[in-house]
Each structure stands twice: as structure tokens, then as C-alpha cells.
Design a protein around this ligand. Structure first.
Ligand code: GLA
Length: 434
């Protein structure tokens, strides 16, 4: 019998969340031992938000564009689904003045970078800014932080940034681990809690050391050139990123780059598949499309709370490819907080594919009688023992949650730190955090 997702109880979420994180087992045994210095309580689930680069590049990034995106984030329902961090990427927003300090480029940002931050905060969102660890940013249009780390991080704190992405252009002769550690020290000295996004495109293998420094780190090169969604490149980024699954966890995430879902050039199947893969990898969900004119199907995909619930699961486990069968990738390894398992069957071929999965394939007992929740059709089947057979449409996915019960306990999902979401038979329930 199929039943909708049901909330079992209404609770004060704060206590279970804290208890859950304290109870987490140590992970990532196969990567270098790390001191989790970045255990700062930030980004306990993968950051969600919007950044301009994939769609717009440097032009026409300005205050008007960012404010329009902020408004669209709200009116489209994306804010309610958890997309929080928003702000300019490399978009000539500041320069270095004669005193060596950063000053807003007032031609582009007439309210000042502090004013833009105020606009974003007034709408219950969080403010993201961009800079570079070298002498200049990639296009050389903006100053980098080299030799100005402490002053610049103080400026970001004064502008009330909540998230800073630090790029790796023009860093000849610099060591990534040392440079990013110095910037971490500078951020801490500035005294404002800021989600720290390292962007060395995998240079220096940050998955081996960056958990002690920041909250997320790029594992790959850029996913596309501005306004040119590139499916093959996205799949290459996913293939490189999934192998690094042991390095990810609450507060420290592998980042295969901002999303291309919703950009021109992708089919609905591709958008759905892309989003499922990013959710399964516990990747940061930073949208990169134009939010102002979204097709309804794009909104539906980007705000699918059942898929987002997998991405934002508080155990923070990154799923990975368990095996391939012909053109089908079988993704698992993502245990969820309630003992369910996420399972993604991704058919990369041009014809329908039948896939058999046994419960033991995904770490559950064959004798278990389990329910299968389809996260895109929102239907539940089962219970059934042993396993299942699924036919996956060409170039599409089956994204499933395999559960011991036909109703979820209330997932303690913090989709934003201002909202909590639970699922009920009648649909999602929104509650402002206390
Ligand atoms: C690098 C980053 C991109 C973007 C651009 C800006 O390429 O990887 O995400 O920030 O710089 O120039």
C-alpha cells in the first residue's frame, strides 16, 4: 500500500538535533586524520543558496541584479526550501584604496556592500561574498587577499558577511594549506562566524586537510563557463567528487561546484538527475540559474523537499557509487538519521534499464520487510522482503528512500537556521525556528 509521508510527532527540535550530532560516529577513517578545528557549528548540513557565476559570469553583476535574485529566491519558494546564502561572486564589487583597505565599488553597489548585506539580512537570508587567496581575482579585476588577509577579513566581517568563498587565482608560489589556514586565522580574528568556502578547484587535495580549516572545499574545476551549462563536465565533476565521500561530514563538505540545474540547455530529466546526484553527494546546493524566469518544472525540481531532505540529512554522510551495471549507476552508502537508506539509480543510457537491488546491497537485512519511497513521484510501495526490481527511464533517475516504516519520524532537518521543515501526509510543514 502506498502512503504519504507522515510526521509522527511534533517536538521541540533543538534537543534531538544536538543529541544527534553528539552521537555521531567518527567517520572518514581512510583519509588523513584531521583535527576538526573548523568544528564551529557552521554548515552542519550542506550550505544552500544562490551564486551568480554560472549564469552571469562577471557581467552584469551589480546591486540591482543581486537584489532581483534575492526577491526571486523568496517569491519562487526557494528560500522556504532552504536556499539561504546569496551575494555577488567575482563581480568587481570592491577595490583596494590608497590606505590598503577594501572599499565598495559604489558605481555597481550604490548602497555599499554593507547596504547590500542589510537588504539580504532584512529578508531573513544570509550574505555571501567572494574574494581570492592570491594577488588578484581570476579576471584580475579585483584585489586578492595576499598580504592583506587580516584587513580583508575584517572588512568582510564589517560588511556582515555570513559566507565567504575564497578563490585560488594568481597564487603563484603559495601553498594552499598554509594560505587557507592563514585566512582562517584572519577570519577568526575578525570575530564574526562565517561559513568558509575554499575554492582551489582541488589544487592541494583539500579533502585531506581542509576540514581543519574551513566548511567546504571545491574538489574540481569549474562546472561550466558562464551561461553555458555543460552536462558532460557536470558528470565529470560528480565522478571525481563521489570518490572522496569519506572526507565529508557535518561542518565540512566536498564541493563539486555550484549547480547547473535549471540553466538553459538541460532537459527536465537532466535537471532531475543532476539535482538527485548533488543531493546524494551531500553537495552544497548553491543554485546558479537565473531565478527570475524559472519554468515551473525547474522550481519543482529545485524545491523538492524529499530530495532536499536527503541532502540535508543531519548525519551528513556523502553517498557514492556502489556499483555500475551497464549504463546504470547504483548510488548508496547514505544512511539517514532514522535508519533509512537513500538509494539512487541513475540510468546514463538511452533505453530503459531494469535494475535489481537486494537489501543486503545497501547494508540492510534481506529478511527486512521494507518500504520504498519514491522521492520524485512521492509514492510509497511495500513492504517487501529481499530486495526490489526497478525500471529506470532513459537518462533519468529513480531516487528512493528505503525505510523500515511506512512513515518517517519527523526529520530534524534544519533547512535554514531560520526555518524547520517536517513532512506530513498532507505535505511539508513550515515552522519558524524559535
Ligand atoms: C573561479 C571559480 C568560479 C568563479 C570564478 C570567478 O573560476 O572556480 O566559481 O568564482 O573563478 O572568476
Amino acid at each position: 500500500m502506498e502512503r504519504a509521508v507522515r510526521s509522527k510527532r511534533r517536538v521541540n527540535f533543538a534537543v534531538p538535533i544536538v543529541a544527534l550530532f553528539l552521537a555521531l560516529p567518527p567517520r572518514a577513517q581512510n583519509v588523513s586524520p584531521r583535527i576538526r578545528a573548523a568544528d564551529d557549528g557552521l554548515a552542519l548540513t550542506p550550505p544552500m543558496g544562490w551564486y551568480p557565476w554560472n549564469q552571469f559570469g562577471q557581467e552584469p553583476q551589480n546591486e540591482k541584479l543581486i537584489k532581483e535574485m534575492v526577491d526571486a529566491l523568496i517569491s519562487s519558494g526557494m528560500k522556504k526550501a532552504g536556499y539561504l546564502y546569496v551575494g555577488p561572486d567575482e563581480g568587481i564589487c570592491f577595490y583596494r584604496n590608497a590606505n590598503g583597505e577594501l572599499s565598495t565599488n559604489l558605481d555597481r553597489y550604490p548602497s555599499g556592500l554593507r547596504g547590500l548585506g542589510d537588504y539580504i539580512h532584512a529578508r531573513g537570508l544570509k550574505y555571501a561574498l567572494y574574494t581570492d587567496a592570491g594577488t588578484r581575482t581570476c579576471s584580475k579585476a579585483m584585489p586578492g587577499t595576499k598580504d592583506h588577509e587580516f584587513e580583508d577579513m575584517a572588512s568582510f566581517a564589517e560588511w556582515r558577511a555570513d559566507y565567504v568563498k575564497i578563490d585560488w587565482s594568481n597564487t603563484e608560489g603559495q601553498d594552499p594549506a598554509k594560505t587557507y589556514a592563514k585566512l582562517r586565522d584572519a577570519q577568526q580574528a575578525a570575530g564574526r562566524p562565517i561559513v568558509y568556502s575554499l575554492c582551489s578547484w582541488g589544487v592541494g587535495e583539500p579533502w585531506k586537510w581542509a576540514a581543519a580549516v574551513g566548511n567546504l572545499w571545491r574538489t574540481t574545476g569549474d562546472i561550466c563557463a558562464p551561461a553555458k551549462a555543460d552536462w558532460d563536465m557536470a558528470m565529470k565533476n560528480a565522478a571525481a567528487n563521489e570518490k572522496l565521500y569519506e572526507a565529508a561530514g557535518p561542518g565540512h563538505w566536498n564541493d563539486p561546484d555550484m549547480m547547473i540545474a535549471g540553466m538553459d540547455g538541460l532537459s527536465e530529466n537532466q535537471n532531475r538527475s543532476f539535482f538527485s546526484v548533488w543531493c546524494m553527494m551531500a553537495a552544497p546546493l548553491i543554485a546558479g540559474n537565473d531565478l527570475r524566469n524559472m519554468a515551473p518544472s525547474n522550481i519543482q525540481i529545485l524545491t523538492n523537499l524529499e530530495a532536499i531532505g536527503i541532502n540535508q540529512d543531519p548525519l551528513g554522510i556523502q553517498g557514492h557509487i556502489l556499483r555500475r551495471e551497464g549504463k546504470v549507476e547504483i548510488w548508496g552508502g547514505k544512511r539517514l538519521f532514522d535508519g533509512s537508506e537513500a538509494l539512487l539509480l541513475f540510468n546514463r543510457g538511452a533505453t530503459p534499464a531494469a535494475v535489481q537491488v537486494t537489501w543486503s546491497d545497501i547494508g540492510l537485512a534481506e529478511s527486512d520487510r521494507l518500504y520504498v519511497r519514491n522521492l520524485w513521484t512521492h509514492q510509497t510501495s511495500g513492504p517487501q522482503g529481499g530486495g526490489m526490481s526497478v525500471t529506470v527511464a532513459p537518462n533519468d533517475v529513480s531516487f528512493l528512500r528505503i525505510c523500515k516504516t511506512n512513515s518517517y519520524p519527523v526529520p530534524p532537518i534544519i533547512v535554514a537556521d531560520s526555518y524547520l521543515v517536517s513532512f506530513r501526509a498532507s505535505g511539508p510543514v513550515w515552522r519558524e525556528a524559535q
